[in-house]
Design a protein around this ligand. Structure first.
Ligand code: PLP
Length: 436
């Protein structure tokens, strides 16, 4: 039998070993990580809705009223009223005829890309698209042209080449906001090229929904391109604070996907509590659009604070702020040092990002205070500087992830005090339980 231990050791030698860290309690701007309270700077819970009292209560109420699981796939007996309700709400939010729920963003992208790309056609995909899109292209078992990141000229070249080869471009796929770089796709150019070549456009709004555009409706809405972009994919697991995912599209496309998207057909329907939580999150988003503005302000504050501390970060319009370090092992060391000083910013390494571009991928949340962000920037600048110095002097310590120092837990920091909103949520839950 193949030796998994030596494969793991090889990953360790290359600074690419990964391990799970455990958060205790709810997700928030500060969390208890492996027993110690730290500022969380790498979560996609951008608006703080995962721990919002209304969202928690909606999920708890759905669990008590409808149960925990849907019990079957959508096409068997798993489609419930609450799925239809969320699909309608998402379609309205995004400005499309239909919403269609999937189990996760990963499942949505793999299923939809594979379903929409026909044999003898070409899919055109941005080189920095999320892994789920890359895997969707693989599953499509058709030609894929990977165009240079956010480069319409290279996309145009790919479309021409595909046409000349007799395998015309059928589908152009791009992240709206790129998950590891935080930049925005050139959607007007993509759409113009698609129209010229008769191709469909799919935009993955995983990091855009709730974070960018009017009322947090995403990059497609920000560009006013709802009529032009054929399919929008998004996850419920980031700004909407829940779990699961959706596709928004025309009625006919939705009917086609119900009949062809294997990840919808062969997977259990999303659980009612997650669906109810997402419904409540959309209500909060509609009622409190200022959360989106706060998120943008916090992202600006974080960028400015990092710059003030001497860290170079690209200026960008989104909440994703990459601090690119380069070498994987040095990035892990920077992560560990920051963690030692109370800031959690995960090291992101290949294959998630290209070789030589390992980074701390920082994410602002609307729930961070300005002081938290400024003080985190100070910690990160020191950690990145310190990690560089160690990288030059101490090559053997490169495999920091394998021996990640466990943080000591000062007794006063092990559990954050329950907030007033948490208390209210727990009281509401107790009332629900009595009523059920
Ligand atoms: C751009 C993008 N698309 C899709 C996904 C997958 O979404 P989910 O976490 O719901 O599977 C992610 C999540 O990391 C993502 O960043």
């Amino acid at each position: 039998m193949d030796d998994l231990g030596s494969r793991l050791a090889e990953l360790g030698d290359r600074g690419l070993l990964r391990s799970l860290r455990t958060v205790s309690g709810a997700q928030g701007p500060r969390v208890v990580l492996d027993g110690r309270t730290v500022t969380l700077l790498c979560s996609n819970n951008y608006l703080g809705l995962a721990e919002h009292p209304r969202v928690r209560e909606a999920a708890a109420e759905a669990a008590l009223r409808l149960g925990v699981g849907a019990g079957a796939s959508r096409l068997v007996s798993g489609s419930m009223d609450i799925h239809a309700e969320l699909e309608a709400s998402l379609a309205e939010l995004k400005g499309y005829e239909r919403g269609l729920l999937f189990g996760s963003g990963y499942l949505a992208n793999t299923g939809v890309v594979a379903a929409l790309a026909g044999p003898g056609q070409t899919v055109l995909s941005d080189e920095l698209n999320h892994a789920s899109i890359v895997d969707g292209c693989r599953l499509a078992r058709t030609e894929t042209f990977v165009y240079r990141h956010a480069d319409p000229e290279h996309l145009a070249f790919g479309l021409e080449r595909a046409r000349a080869a007799g395998r015309p471009g059928a589908l152009i796929v791009t992240d709206g906001v790129f998950s590891m770089d935080g930049d925005v796709a050139p959607l007007p150019d993509v759409v113009a090229l698609a129209r010229r070549h008769g191709a469909r456009v799919l935009v993955d709004e995983a990091h855009a929904t709730g974070a960018i555009g009017p009322g947090g409706r995403g990059t497609v809405a920000a560009a006013g391109l709802e009529e032009e972009v054929d399919v929008v994919v998004g996850t419920l697991g980031k700004a909407l604070g829940s779990y699961g995912a959706y596709v928004c599209c025309a009625e006919e496309t939705a009917r086609y996907l119900v009949n062809t998207a294997r990840t919808l057909i062969f997977s259990t329907a999303p659980p009612p509590p997650a669906v109810a939580g997402a419904l409540a999150a959309i209500e909060v988003l509609r009622a409190e659009p200022e959360r989106v503005a706060t998120l943008a302000r916090n992202a600006r504050t974080l960028r400015a604070a990092l710059g003030h501390e001497g860290l170079e970060v690209a200026s960008g319009p989104t909440q994703i702020v990459p601090v690119v370090i380069g070498e994987a092992a040095a990035t892990v060391r920077a992560c560990e040092r920051a963690l030692g000083d109370g800031v959690f910013a995960q090291a992101i390494r290949p294959p998630t990002v290209p070789e030589g571009t390992s980074r701390l991928r920082l994410t602002a949340m609307a729930t961070h205070s300005e002081e938290e962000l400024r003080s985190a920037a100070r910690v990160l600048a020191a950690a990145v500087g310190g990690a560089g110095a160690v990288a030059e002097n101490d090559v053997d310590s490169a495999d920091a992830d394998a021996e990640a120092p466990r943080l000591e837990a000062p007794t006063s920091q092990t559990e954050p005090a329950a907030s007033a909103s948490e208390d209210a949520s727990l009281a509401a839950l107790a009332a629900l339980r009595r009523a059920a």
